[in-house]
Design a protein around this ligand. Structure first.
Ligand code: FAD
Length: 317
């Protein structure tokens, strides 16, 4: 069943998780362990992130450079297929503009179609580490909405060069990202909501939020989005702190604020165990409040936080 139907057919708040493909050169067993630990909570679907290539240029002299690809977490499609195969669960690989040409995206879509994987999360993706602002690779796209158009054309049986193909199997359906505390490049929340509405009109069936710790910001964002005509489900994304350093790293990395009550407790944490416990307690309260407000689903970012999520899910599901 596709994600939107899974969410809508669930009579209680659905549980879903996001995982990262393993680091290059490591096996998939650790990922399966994560799923084994969390599967008692009946995840309705599993997202698998995508990580762009980073290129490093080594000066060989004589004007020659050697290009080294440092893609640290390849394998999204294969990981999605392996999980689908082993657990018979809906998988949602992330499809990015970032780091991919249109041709490369087309090949990914063809692979996914052969595998019968038709749920996607469509994203622009992060900029390369050495870039100060986002730059597409080759003829790649600037924004998620352009990638949506390529997928929509594929669903209609059109390759990127306009050539027709035989439409096979289910069409792709997809969600997109949104940001209750605004995307870092957006001038304001209203501009972000404007583009979210455009992404909905272009075919996004639901949106998943960036992680946040302040439910008020999520509720305000949803209210504003509804006023602006965004009607699709807006699924909250939750990530518990699991170590001391994350109390400052996560807000900085993801451009989110800690509400005063959480910031006051964070200051008192002296070690990883205390930060982890605070993360669990805070997210339990967050989730209970979100559930009381009738959110359709809660999406958990699992990286480095599997045990915490198990404890949270154990208290709320
Ligand atoms: P866009 O929708 O393109 O929006 C980016 C910015 O441009 C926003 O400010 C928006 O308001 C504005 N905008 C949108 N469309 C237009 C337009 N047509 N013209 C002008 N402005 C526009 N990153 C990864 O690299 N891999 C992942 O797997 C990954 N997974 C994620 C999952 C979730 C749930 C979330 C919330 C984020 C994820 N990210 C991932 C990070 C994400 O790719 C970055 O936040 C990226 O900078 C923006 O992606 P987007 O899809 O929101 O982009």
């Amino acid at each position: 069943m596709k994600v939107i139907d899974l969410i809508k057919s669930n009579d209680k708040t659905a549980f879903s998780i996001e995982i990262l493909p393993p680091l290059k050169g490591t096996g998939i067993d650790k990922l399966f362990e994560t799923i084994e630990i969390l599967k008692e909570f009946d995840p309705k679907y599993i997202n698998i992130t995508t990580h762009r290539s980073e290129y490093v240029y080594k000066d060989l002299g004589n004007g020659l450079f050697q290009r080294k690809n440092t893609r640290r977490r390849p394998g999204t499609v294969a990981v999605a297929a392996a999980i689908k195969n082993k657990y018979n669960i809906t998988v949602v690989p992330h499809l990015l503009c970032s780091g991919f040409t249109r041709e490369e995206t087309e090949y990914v879509l063809l692979d996914l179609q052969f595998l019968g994987i038709t749920d996607l999360l469509v994203l622009r993706g992060d900029k390369a580490k050495h870039e100060s602002s986002f730059v597409p690779v080759g003829n790649g796209y600037y924004h998620a909405i352009e990638l949506q158009e390529q997928i929509n054309n594929f669903n209609k049986g059109l390759f990127i060069d306009g050539e027709e193909m035989k439409v096979m199997g289910q069409p792709f359906s997809y969600g997109v990202a949104c940001y209750p505390e605004k995307h870092e490049e957006s001038p304001n929340i209203d501009a972000d909501i404007f583009w979210l509405k455009k992404k909905m009109e272009a075919g996004a069936e639901y949106a998943v939020t960036q992680l946040f710790y302040d439910n008020r910001k999520y509720f305000d964002f949803v209210e504003k989005a509804r006023e602006a005509g965004v009607t699709i489900p807006i699924i909250p994304g939750i990530k518990p702190f699991s170590k001391l350093s994350q109390l400052s790293v996560i807000p900085r990395t993801f451009k989110v604020d800690l509400p005063e009550a959480l910031a006051n407790e964070a200051i008192k944490c002296k070690d990883d165990a205390a930060a982890k416990q605070l993360g669990i307690e805070w997210c339990v309260q967050q989730c209970k409040e979100l559930m009381a407000h009738g959110v359709p689903s809660i999406h958990f970012y699992t990286v480095g936080a599997v045990d915490s999520i198990k404890q949270i899910a154990g208290q709320i599901y």
